[in-house]
Design a protein around this ligand. Structure first.
Ligand SMILES: *[C@@H]1O[C@H](CO)[C@@H](O)[C@H](O)[C@H]1NC(C)=O
Ligand SMILES: *[C@@H]1O[C@H](CO)[C@@H](O)[C@H](O)[C@H]1NC(C)=O
Ligand SMILES: *[C@@H]1O[C@H](CO)[C@@H](O)[C@H](O)[C@H]1NC(C)=O
Ligand SMILES: *[C@@H]1O[C@H](CO)[C@@H](O)[C@H](O)[C@H]1NC(C)=O
Ligand SMILES: *[C@@H]1O[C@H](CO)[C@@H](O)[C@H](O)[C@H]1NC(C)=O
Ligand SMILES: *[C@@H]1O[C@H](CO)[C@@H](O)[C@H](O)[C@H]1NC(C)=O
Ligand SMILES: *[C@@H]1O[C@H](CO)[C@@H](O)[C@H](O)[C@H]1NC(C)=O
Ligand SMILES: *[C@@H]1O[C@H](CO)[C@@H](O)[C@H](O)[C@H]1NC(C)=O
Ligand SMILES: *[C@@H]1O[C@H](CO)[C@@H](O)[C@H](O)[C@H]1NC(C)=O
Ligand SMILES: *[C@@H]1O[C@H](CO)[C@@H](O)[C@H](O)[C@H]1NC(C)=O
Ligand SMILES: *[C@@H]1O[C@H](CO)[C@@H](O)[C@H](O)[C@H]1NC(C)=O
Ligand SMILES: *[C@@H]1O[C@H](CO)[C@@H](O)[C@H](O)[C@H]1NC(C)=O
Length: 481
């Protein structure tokens, strides 16, 4: 069989796994069960995510169900569609739910699916008082106007995530949600709220602790002053990626609890006002959570001192697409998250400490073999989950050292010059979900032991020189294209 141009999508029916449940579970409410079974047949579910919702079983034991433990009443749904790629925009949603929903419940976690319309009807007397948690993030095709009338009435709502949903229509969404009295976390990233500044007359949040308005490209691009004038409880204020211009206000803002203030990828000018240093919780050395320099468009060659600072104090380094150059062969990374993709980094793949969980160095100019990186550390337990080295000029064989990297869930080595065979130790990666070797010069047979990677969903071996037949271990849930 020829493996050229073949991508194999290995659908792992995550939600089907039988679980052993505590026998203390109360049987679920029969009425709830009926409604849920109807709900199930209304949803478009091509890969049977809900296939284990069977009429015979206690519905409180169905995957995704949240029940009141004393009455067996269903209180919420968690049908979040698991992400395969941690970076937004790159995901494929073949394994997610779509269609139209009509639900009640108190807690709805529906993120990353592809629903088009959601109706909400409350239960009981104070029907709009019930819902407290609503996550519809990344349902990119959701029709926002259908939700307006019910969301604006949710007086108990504490958590609202509409990330990635287009809210551009006539209505001023932000103004509307400022009136929700219980709201404590509001995520409106990438919602097309460009006209926020002129139209927002008052910001009346009383309970707000987290506000994310990043990536909305406000126009006019002035820093909205009301932002610095509300709730003293605010802990995180995220205004990244908005092309905002101007200065931070000189006067002390009302908030004292601020822990994170993210203003990256704007065009702010002037100096950083003194109050930033006076915020008690912000910027403590041990809690500098994020250094965010992406898309800075300033060519920069970081010094050794800079990398030392990063290793010692920055937990999450987000520095992609920024024309940053220089060799990183001798750097030892220690931050939890390292997004360094799409720069001009040269040299070998650097070493990382066990503290690193995500390393994205894709789309740079890294070269040479990865055996030093992969086989060099054997003593401490690695915690790396996500490794992306795609689109570099890496070469040599893929070393047989994966046994040291058992926490890996995602490996992308696409678009390099790797030669030789797939090493057998890949089969020791029992957490692996996605593995791509697309477009290299690999050859030989695909090891049958790959079937030991029980969680594998995506396996991309295209554009290589593999030989032999792929065994039947891949099972029935495969799409090849
Ligand atoms: C029910 O859940 C509550 C909190 O959710 C917990 O405190 C309580 O112990 C649980 N009761 C039983 C019987 O499991
Ligand atoms: C909701 O479901 C997702 C995906 O199955 C899971 O990762 C997450 O932990 C769940 N969240 C809760 C609160 O149960
Ligand atoms: C949603 O379901 C409720 C109760 O099951 C029903 O009263 C209501 O009319 C439904 N709404 C829509 C838009 O289907
Ligand atoms: C409904 O809301 C009113 C006023 O907020 C409150 O007095 C009443 O107890 C609530 N009823 C129920 C069943 O929660
Ligand atoms: C929202 O609440 C108002 C006032 O309580 C009520 O008049 C209106 O019918 C509610 N709208 C919906 C869609 O529940
Ligand atoms: C804003 O909040 C204050 C105090 O909580 C309240 O008096 C005022 O009416 C609110 N404004 C609007 C427009 O709801
Ligand atoms: C900030 O709040 C003060 C008093 O609460 C008010 O006088 C002022 O107009 C507000 N500024 C802005 C920009 O909203
Ligand atoms: C890296 O960028 C710096 C700053 O622009 C520049 O001086 C240097 O020549 C660049 N180095 C390479 C190898 O491109
Ligand atoms: C990277 O930066 C360029 C401009 O320097 C921009 O056009 C492009 O959209 C950016 N890509 C991403 C993924 O941010
Ligand atoms: C690769 O990086 C360059 C900048 O170095 C960027 O313009 C380009 O969009 C990136 N390509 C991908 C696929 O991210
Ligand atoms: C990992 O991080 C902790 C605290 O952030 C630090 O004490 C430890 O030395 C780090 N481990 C390594 C191997 O650098
Ligand atoms: C690694 O995988 C091989 C082949 O699947 C197996 O024989 C071996 O026992 C595994 N080793 C560990 C440490 O899991």
């Amino acid at each position: 069989m020829n493996f050229q141009y073949i991508q194999i999508l290995f659908i792992y029916l995550l939600l089907i796994c039988k679980r052993i449940y505590n026998s203390k579970f109360l049987p679920c409410d029969e009425k709830d069960k009926k409604v849920l079974l109807m709900f199930k047949y209304g949803v478009i579910d091509p890969f049977g995510v809900l296939s284990s919702w069977s009429a015979k079983q206690n519905c409180c034991q169905w995957p995704g169900m949240l029940c009141e433990n004393t009455t067996g009443k269903v209180t919420g749904l968690n049908l979040t569609c698991p992400r395969i790629y941690p970076v937004y925009g790159n995901d494929n949603k073949l394994h997610c739910l779509s269609g139209e929903l009509n639900v009640s419940y108190f807690s709805l976690k529906l993120g990353n699916n592809d629903f088009s319309i959601i109706h909400y009807h409350g239960q009981g007397e104070n029907s709009s008082n019930n819902l407290h948690h609503l996550d519809l993030s990344y349902n990119d095709n959701l029709k926002a106007d259908h939700m307006l009338h019910w969301i604006s009435n949710l007086s108990s709502l504490q958590y609202l995530d509409l990330t990635g949903i287009n809210l551009q229509e006539k209505t001023n969404w932000l103004q509307l949600v400022t009136l929700l009295p219980s709201l404590s976390q509001l995520y409106l990233r990438h919602c097309g709220l460009w006209d926020i500044y002129p139209s927002l007359q008052y910001a009346n949040f009383t309970a707000l602790e987290v506000l994310d308005l990043s990536n909305n490209d406000f126009f006019p691009d002035k820093l909205p002053n009301w932002i610095f004038n509300f709730s003293c409880r605010i802990a995180a204020l995220i205004l990244s990626e908005n092309s905002l211009q101007g200065q931070l206000p000189r006067t002390f803002p009302h908030f004292q609890s601020l822990e994170s203030l993210l203003l990256d990828q704007n065009a702010l000018s002037g100096s950083i006002p003194n109050w930033v240093g006076q915020l008690e919780k912000l910027n403590k050395l041990d809690s500098l959570p994020l250094l965010n320099i992406l898309n800075s468009r300033i060519p920069l060659e970081p010094s050794e001192k800079f990398w030392k600072f990063i290793s010692n104090q920055v937990g999450n380094l987000v520095m992609y697409n920024s024309s940053i150059n220089g060799s990183i062969s001798n750097v030892l990374f220690n931050s939890k998250v390292l997004m360094l993709n799409s720069n001009n980094f040269r040299g070998n793949v650097p070493r990382i400490s066990p503290n690193v969980t995500l390393l994205d160095l894709s789309n740079n100019s890294l070269s040479g073999s990865i055996s030093h990186f992969l086989c060099g550390q054997t003593k401490e337990k690695n915690n790396l989950k996500y490794l992306d080295l795609s689109h570099n000029v890496l070469s040599g064989e893929i070393p047989n050292c994966w046994i040291h990297w058992k926490s890996l869930e995602y490996i992308n080595l696409e678009g390099n010059n790797f030669r030789g065979q797939i090493p057998y130790s890949i089969s020791n990666l029992s957490n692996l979900v996605s593995f791509s070797l697309f477009n290299n010069r690999l050859s030989g047979e695909v090891p049958v032991s790959l079937k030991n990677c029980k969680k594998l969903r995506i396996l991309n071996l295209g554009e290589n020189k593999f030989s032999g037949a792929i065994s039947n271990w891949v099972g029935q849930n495969i799409i090849a294209f």
